[in-house]
Design a protein around this ligand. Sequence first.
Ligand code: NAD
Length: 429
Amino acid sequence: MKLAFIGLGYVGLTTAVCMAYRGFDVVGVEVDDEKVEKISRGIAPVKEPKLEKLLKYALSRKKFTASTSYRDAVKADVFFITVGTPSKPDGGIDLSRVAEACKHIGETLATQEKVATVAVKSTVVPGTTRTLVKQKLEEASQKKVGMDLNLCVNPEFLREGAAVDDTFHPDRIVIGDDWGRGGKILTRLYKKFYGRKTPPTMITNTVNAEMIKYASNVFLAARISLINEVANICQRTPGADVEEVAKGIGMDRRIGPHFLRAGLGYGGSCFPKDVKALAAFAKSLGVEPCMLESVQKVNDNQPYKAIELAERLVGNLHGRKAAVLGLSFKPNTDDIREAVSLKIINKLLEHGCTVVAYDPAATENVRRLLGNKINYAESAEECIKNADFCIVATEWDEFRRLKPEVFKKHMKKPVVIDGRRVYDPAAIS
Ligand code: NAD
């Protein structure tokens, strides 16, 4: 079976090379020619554990090629749409890239006799596949979905920082199909890919599959905001410690222990945009998204708790030297989309601080965005040197390994605001 991935970002490139690694012939189509050039030389344009190794392997076995031309994907049996679906200024979803991809896939398929399958992996609001995707594909290909073209939805659940492992070991596969054939083809494909270890697979209609993706993300985002609100209450309750409280909550089987880590809130390319998109979608249906708006509101304010703490600990922040450890939105990635660190840095600059930042992977991405508004360190030690206070914004393992003595030695005073709870307060004080 020949596969095409349209859009070689975090999702597209990872899934494409994992498929190629397991023996499928894969073509990746990407509009960004710099990305294609890098990928073709075996360089992963995004930082993701194991990705580059798999990419090099797939290229060397001639199982994977990257191209800017849809024509190079003409022989594919299955086209996965993996382009971005960012937020519009009003929070709604921008589907222009999906529409564009459908048009080009359709034009490519117009030249082909065979019945190909298109699978929407990008996160799209419920109803998008039945309407926009189907219409664009049919217009451009002059084919009819359900007759000479198969269409289905196959939402992606991988996590950045663990994208390769998640692709090889997902909790479940969800496939939405309204027409009856695309879903069967994808199920066969995944049987081949996973063999005896095929994860539980749910087949439903396209609208449910699209909704499952959003509902999963908003549930996880809600847990984060809820534990953060509990943490804010604990902070003002003498004797309360949210870590102990979370441990106690997590022992309840109805709740479970995951996603109960209080901190500076969620960032990244998915949770913020997906919560906003589902809220905008709800409003368009006349449903007031009370919970979704609260989840967002708690999360919007959470990063600034670090600034409030800094003020409490060192007084007026004007003219102070602030060290920010961690820039990526989570560890093991260089992705800074909606990263909490950026909100914190901007607020610190507003307060008149001098900011020095360090991240093991994401510094160059931040430098492109903020230029010389801040200083960049080559190591954690250099970052905290002579700082008045330090905010840990990402829980990289490298920071966990820093001993209390390092902060004591390098900082003016060891004022560390551990926004990701990487240190044991008992060991530090
Ligand atoms: P991304 O921005 O990293 O990558 C998208 C890629 O598509 C970019 O390289 C872009 O240049 C390319 N592209 C845009 N228009 C194109 C076109 N017409 N033809 C070919 N290529 C085109 O995005 P991502 O993070 O990989 O996310 C992709 C989709 O998957 C989104 O809908 C996202 O919500 C969803 N998703 C993301 C994650 C994640 O962790 N990043 C997880 C699950 C689902």
